[in-house]
Design a protein around this ligand. Structure first.
Ligand SMILES: *Cc1c(COP(=O)(O)O)cnc(C)c1O
Length: 367
């Protein structure tokens, strides 16, 4: 049931939408739907949600988010490929991870009902503008910021939950070259690596810039304690096929538990693959690429779904090319998962969710 909450539709939303057109070239996260959802909390109590025209937000220069990174976010997608109506992929999982991020940052949780209201209302109103070719979607970015104006270090007493959305192509279509990061680490033991908070990404950019200058697309992070085991990429989880087994680093506390990762594990098992979540030594992986035991590697995340990895570079200048690029397992898993997400294939897992009727504008025709 929808409970008693109702979203206020602010002046200007319908006008902003009426004047909006999808550009020819979508890219990823470039074009924004011209409206956003916003709700404020004081001392953890969320007020009324509002749908308003997209635009700059007013923030006091001493707001805690700007100084102490009081922020957490999600990244998820709505699809409209096979039907006239949008569906969300595993939204309750995203809501649950959002709450986990909140707790780690000592910030207020957004209750599932409020999370769904934000994501659902924005998606329902944006529905006519969701591109409908395969690999296209509406990328949704829910986030919470600590807005209390006060330079004292402490938990923000006021917070704002916003949802913005971008009609997008799949992120990074080609294969990736990744560089093993032997020095820096992405996340600390006991730190915030397992939650989606802006600070993690700020800390990853220097390594990424170094990788770029060496001709690589991304850093491949190792565990912060020993720097011997593979963790993940800066925004994607890591998989490799080793002697016919699909292997991925087991969640260590500093790895982000990807919902795509989780979905691929379940999907791969249902397709008959042996899947192993294990400690993966980087030196063993490089040796296995060299001796052919590792046939392919890929990364997973909401934005790209599956991105094949063509080569792994090591800090000393050696490079290990994957024998199969793109690998057949990566491609078949991507096809299968995208087929479910886009409604082209049966969803035996119950991952795909329609939007509640009441999120739509009163004028919308919803079957
Ligand atoms: C978001 C993210 C992922 C992928 O998670 P999905 O739920 O699959 O999108 C992996 N690693 C990091 C560091 C991330 O931020």
């Amino acid at each position: 049931m929808s409970g008693s909450r109702q979203v206020a539709i602010e002046a200007g939303v319908e006008q902003a939408l009426a004047g909006f057109q999808l550009p020819e070239q979508l890219g990823f996260g470039v074009t924004m739907i011209p409206m956003m959802y916003c709700v404020e909390a004081t001392d953890g109590v969320w007020g009324q949600g509002r749908l308003m025209p997209y635009g700059p937000i007013e923030l006091d220069p001493s707001a805690k988010v700007l100084h102490y990174a009081q922020e957490y976010f999600e990244g998820m997608k709505a699809y409209k490929v096979e039907s006239p109506h949008a569906t969300l992929f595993r939204p309750e999982r995203h809501a649950a991870r959002f709450a986990t991020s909140a707790r780690r940052l000592c910030m207020p949780e957004v209750p599932e009902e409020v999370f769904m209201e934000g994501v659902g209302t924005l998606t329902a109103w944006a529905e006519p503008y969701i591109p409908g070719n395969t690999c296209q979607s509406l990328y949704l970015r829910p986030f919470v910021i600590g807005t209390q104006p006060n330079l004292g270090l402490g938990v923000s007493s006021t917070n704002t939950f916003l949802v913005v959305a971008s009609p997008s192509e799949a992120y990074h279509a080609g294969s990736m070259r990744v560089l093993v990061e032997r020095n820096d680490t992405r996340a600390a033991v006991g730190g915030t690596g397992a939650v989606k908070t802006g600070g993690n990404y700020a800390a990853s950019l220097l390594s990424a810039a170094n990788a770029k200058t060496k001709g690589y697309d991304q850093s491949l992070w190792l565990d912060p304690m020993t720097r011997t085991n593979i963790e993940e990429l800066s925004g994607m989880n890591f998989f490799a096929m080793i002697e016919g087994r699909l292997c991925t680093p087991k969640l260590s506390g500093s790895i982000l538990p990807g919902i795509t990762r989780d979905s691929l594990i379940e999907l791969a098992r249902s397709l008959g693959h042996e899947v192993s979540e294990e400690t993966m030594s980087i030196d063993e992986l490089l040796a296995d690429i060299g001796n052919g035991r590792c046939s392919e590697a890929f990364a997973s995340g909401t934005a790209a779904v599956v991105s094949p990895i063509s080569a792994v570079g090591d800090g000393d200048g050696t490079e290990y090319a994957l024998p199969e690029d793109p690998g057949p397992v990566a491609m078949s898993l991507k096809d299968a998962l995208l087929g479910i997400q886009e409604g082209r294939q049966e969803d035996p897992f119950g991952w795909v969710r329609p939007l509640d009727r009441h999120f739509y504008p009163a004028s919308a025709q919803v079957a």
